[in-house]
Design a binder for this molecule. Structure first.
Ligand code: CTP
Ligand code: CA
Length: 232
């Protein structure tokens, strides 16, 4: 039985994907993190690989092993992830920022385990660098239509479109994949997702509840089409 090879629109393209939740250390045995499972980032890595891309997956804390056939880089904290991403910008054709980056990290990172003493303990947090925004500013200083094509995410519980478009403009990314993390069948830990994709002009497409892998395939198809039209 013969077979038709599936088209490989990402052949010879490099795709950088971040996945999982960052870990922000308090002391050697304790940290602050979030509920991200890394499933959406893994799904993007598999989908991009199947489309022929050379994939680099920057992983923070994730559930389960990463997919095969992709280069894996580990980055524990937001600051480590920023470094891992910025050092690979010029070689990337597409960037998919699926990671749930902690917005804040502990102001002090103690070298020794904190001993219990008083009845209350206050943990002071300081804002992390915004990786997506840093990428956007770097790209904005380059010629229009230049790579990489940047896909950001927006996790919201209310006013999805307003917040998503605000993030797209503020962080200067090309596409935003927005999801209502409070919806059943979407968001952290779920096998499926329900997303709306926005470009600078507004809503591009609503993707109804489906497996994260299929969400990734559809979002990549949209991104490839738009990136090709920009450079045509
Ligand atoms: N992001 C990032 N660096 C951060 C925080 C977020 O790169 N320090 C990226 C995420 O990877 C995601 C996008 O920004 O692609 C949106 O993340 P989200 O948490 O929804 O937005 P925030 O800008 O952090 O705003 P808020 O959490 O207040 O809604
Ligand atoms: Ca955030």
């Amino acid at each position: 039985v013969g077979f038709l090879a599936r088209p490989k629109p990402l052949a010879e393209k490099r795709v950088l994907i971040t996945a999982g939740g960052t870990i922000e250390r308090i002391d050697p045995v304790r940290y602050v993190t979030n509920d991200s499972s890394g499933k959406m980032g893994y799904a993007f890595a598999e989908a991009a690989r199947e489309l022929g891309a050379e994939v680099t997956l920057v992983c923070a804390r994730t559930d389960g092993p990463p997919p095969g056939g992709v280069a894996v880089v580990t980055a524990e904290s937001a600051e480590e992830m920023l470094e891992a991403v910025m050092s690979r910008l010029t070689e990337s054709d597409y960037i998919v920022k699926a990671a749930a980056v902690a917005d804040y990290r502990p102001l002090h990172r103690f070298d020794a385990k904190i001993k219990k003493s008083a009845d209350t303990l206050t943990l002071e947090l300081v804002k992390n660098p915004d990786i997506l925004q840093t990428i956007g500013e770097w790209k904005a200083a380059r010629p229009a239509g230049s790579r990489p094509y940047v896909i950001g995410f927006a996790a919201e519980t209310n006013d999805l479109e307003k917040h998503a478009l605000d993030k797209l403009h503020r962080k200067k990314c090309d596409l935003i994949v927005a999801n209502d993390v409070s919806a059943v069948g979407a968001g952290f830990g779920s096998e499926t997702n329900i997303v709306s994709v926005y470009g600078a002009e507004g809503l591009v497409e609503n993707i109804p509840q489906t497996a994260k892998r299929l969400v990734a395939e559809r979002v990549l198809a949209i991104a490839i089409d738009r990136a090709n039209r920009e450079t045509a």
